[in-house]
Design a protein around this ligand. Structure first.
Ligand code: UTP
Length: 291
């Protein structure tokens, strides 16, 4: 079985749920305290053994490329101040996380269409997909958990979590039966189910590992929910054909494409931050008394 070495990060959405912040700035660059969301995602991929990453961008996402590039003027300035050695090292280390490539999705035709832009980059290998606005924090990188499940079962793997009955219609719903531990066998799924169409409350949240045959499936997947080519619809074909694995990964997921998710990520990361964690905790406790 071929090793999972490559990952795709689709980051070409319009981010309409966090406007006006995302009018000129990609939502993937929204900071969680002092690090943009996309850096957390690239770090997770690198910590999972991924060597090559393709970020799917579109017009106006140049900031993403700048973030992973060298910044000579800034670095030269930091280098002159011995007190800034640690931050200089951090700034430089961002450029060494992985080999990062970029391709533009020319029209915003959906997540499935965005992933299909990666066909030539991926070639005939299995690959991971990390949705550009889903940050997952935890001890064991979520992408790595999915890769291990792929290696164990030899099937495509979807990272899932249970969502509330009120929220399921915004996500996908998977038909699952227990396999072992936190792994399920998945034989069907539906994107944005209408009431009564749900298979279960397990929904794909932000990560999957797919075999290269997904590209031929995407080529013939018609537009689905919202008129967009949905990755879930292509995975549904895969699940029905061969079966997939649904992995209830460990780690906490933050939806950086929603206002609430942005705030939750910021507050929780601030509480654990080595520099401001203590002070922020004290502030939050005081504030909470007034609520
Ligand atoms: P979303 O549906 O959350 O992205 O897609 P969006 O279009 O930015 O969302 P709204 O406008 O706030 O509702 C999930 C992931 O797929 C990417 C997004 O960047 C996000 O990471 N995506 C979506 C693309 O790359 N291309 C697309 O055409 C659609």
């Amino acid at each position: 079985m071929k090793k999972v070495r490559k990952a795709v990060i689709p980051a070409a959405g319009l981010g309409t749920r966090v406007l006006p912040a995302t009018k000129a700035m990609p939502k993937e660059m929204l900071p969680i305290v002092d690090k943009p969301a996309i850096q957390y995602i690239v770090e997770e991929a690198a910590a999972s053994g991924i060597e090559e990453i393709l970020i799917i961008t579109n017009r106006g996402k140049g900031l993403l490329e700048d973030h992973f590039d060298r910044a000579p003027e800034l670095e030269d300035r930091l280098a002159t101040d011995p007190g800034k050695a640690a931050i200089l090292e951090q700034v430089r280390s961002i450029t060494k996380l992985a080999n990062i490539w970029y391709v533009r999705q020319k029209e915003t035709k959906g997540l499935g269409h965005a992933v299909n832009c990666a066909r030539n980059f991926i070639g005939g290998e299995p690959f991971a997909v990390l949705y550009g606005d889903d940050v997952i924090m935890g001890e064991d990188p979520a992408c790595g958990q999915l890769i291990r499940a792929y290696e164990q079962y030899g099937l495509g793997v979807a990272g899932v979590k249970e969502v509330s009955p009120q929220a399921i219609h915004k996500y996908s719903s998977l038909k699952v039966e227990p396999l072992a531990g936190n792994c399920f066998r998945c034989t069907d799924m539906i994107e944005k189910p209408a009431p009564g169409q749900e298979f279960s409350l397990y929904s794909i949240l932000g990560r999957c590992v797919l075999p290269p045959e997904i590209f031929d499936i995407l080529d013939v997947t018609p537009p689905g929910a919202g008129g967009e080519i949905q990755l879930t619809d292509a995975m549904k074909t895969l699940a029905r054909r061969k079966g997939m694995v649904a992995l209830d990964f460990t780690g906490k997921r933050y939806d950086m494409g929603s206002k609430l998710g942005v705030m939750q990520a910021g507050v929780e990361a601030a509480l654990g931050h080595p520099e401001i964690g203590g002070e922020f905790r004290a502030y939050l406790k005081e504030l909470a008394k007034t609520l």
